[in-house]
Design a protein around this ligand. Structure first.
Ligand SMILES: NC(=O)c1ccc[n+]([C@@H]2O[C@H](COP(=O)([O-])OP(=O)(O)OC[C@H]3O[C@@H](n4cnc5c(N)ncnc54)[C@H](OP(=O)(O)O)[C@@H]3O)[C@@H](O)[C@H]2O)c1
Length: 320
């Protein structure tokens, strides 16, 4: 099955599914990596590669750097691994400490220092994509552009993207950049439907309003019009549809999974893949068996009727 992925403009081998590395690297404390952490990460990465994933998603904060560190350890142990994948990481979130609260930081100094840390932990000289993790209200687009320009010129970062930004924020940042933003990673899933509701509930006084839905207005449209790759985090709904007995929506997910002789997780991903924007779901499971089972998603073509059955069951309100 072919998928219309905007990211293929930049990487011809871009895969419909992305692997999210937040579950790798052991605990969130400061302890050292263990051999068990390394073995778990190895199994997860190989499982993701086995289902055709070529893009691996990181952030400097995942497991406080240990997700990147364990990945770096595996890149060091297997000289051929780097050539089989592309690396994406994020910066811009800072944890609180004695001197300041948790905050977002898109200052040039922080972005450039973060990238040096990312490269050092991964043990590489270059990452293909850098995402700005969460919008910083103090962002100055020209300052971000200067930082990215220096990182690009030094060969440290190939492309810039964002995460959790709406259309207006993307447009504002893009106005200062000499090249296009390549991706926007947002929480989108059957458990987080505001990205769809923003369009379907507009001008419908009967519709239940979902908090935040209107802030999405134009975000999917902006991405499609400007070739920005949408990536869905939380795509497995963090396991919420795992048990068919827990909700009417979970039951529908499992019924459709049975029709396609597959798992509930594959149906959740296929539902995102069916959207014409060419959304890349980011798989966050750390379990190799569950990751492999996600591979079915690219083989399933949900009918329009099945797509709407899932949407309506999950939103819990009939259309129109
Ligand atoms: N840009 C952002 O702001 C942002 C925020 C959060 C995450 N992310 C990225 O997106 C990726 C995915 O996000 P996510 O981890 O929040 O979402 P997810 O993929 O929806 O959920 C993964 C979690 O759900 C569990 N799970 C999945 N299927 C299950 C099942 N059938 N039964 C039981 N548990 C199940 C997994 O447990 P197991 O590990 O045991 O399978 C794991 O804890 C992350 O790795 C990260 O790369 C980005």
């Amino acid at each position: 099955m072919s998928f219309p992925l905007p990211l293929r403009t930049h990487f011809r081998d871009a895969s419909p599914l992305v692997y999210g590395c937040m579950a790798l690297g052991g605990d969130w404390g400061g302890g050292p990596l263990t051999e068990a952490d390394i073995a778990q990460a190895h199994a997860a990465i190989e499982a993701a590669l086995s289902i055709g994933v070529t893009l691996f998603d990181h952030a400097d904060i995942y497991r406080r750097g240990k997700a990147e560190a364990v990945f770096g350890e595996l890149l060091k142990r297997d000289a051929g691994l780097r050539a089989r994948l592309r690396l994406q990481s994020k910066c811009g979130i800072r944890f609180g400490d004695d001197t300041a609260p948790g905050r977002f930081d898109f200052s040039a100094d922080h972005i450039e220092r973060s990238v040096d840390g990312i490269l050092q932990r991964l043990g590489v000289e270059h990452i293909e994509i850098l995402l700005l993790h969460r919008p910083d209200p103090l962002m100055q687009p020209a300052e971000v552009a200067r930082a990215f320009g220096r990182l690009k010129a030094a060969g440290k970062v190939g492309h810039l993207g964002v995460s959790n930004m709406h259309a207006g924020q993307m447009r504002w940042l893009q106005s200062a950049l000499p090249e296009p933003l390549v991706a926007n990673q947002l929480e989108m899933s059957l458990a987080k439907l505001d990205f769809i509701d923003a369009g379907t509930t507009f001008n419908d006084p009967q519709a239940a309003t979902r908090p935040g839905a209107m802030a999405w207005a134009g975000t999917l449209e902006y991405a499609q019009q400007h070739g920005v790759q949408l990536q869905a985090w939380g795509s497995l709904s963090q396991g919420r549809f795992n048990d068919p007995a827990t909700s009417a929506a979970a039951q529908v997910v499992h019924e459709i999974a049975e029709t396609h002789a597959t798992t509930a997780n594959a149906v959740l991903l296929a539902w995102l893949l069916r959207h014409p924007a060419g959304i890349q779901p980011v798989i966050g499971s750390g379990n190799a068996e569950r990751i492999r089972a996600c591979g079915d998603a690219v083989k399933i073509q949900l009918s329009r009727e099945a797509w709407y059955r899932l949407y309506v069951a999950a939103r819990g309100q009939a259309l129109p």
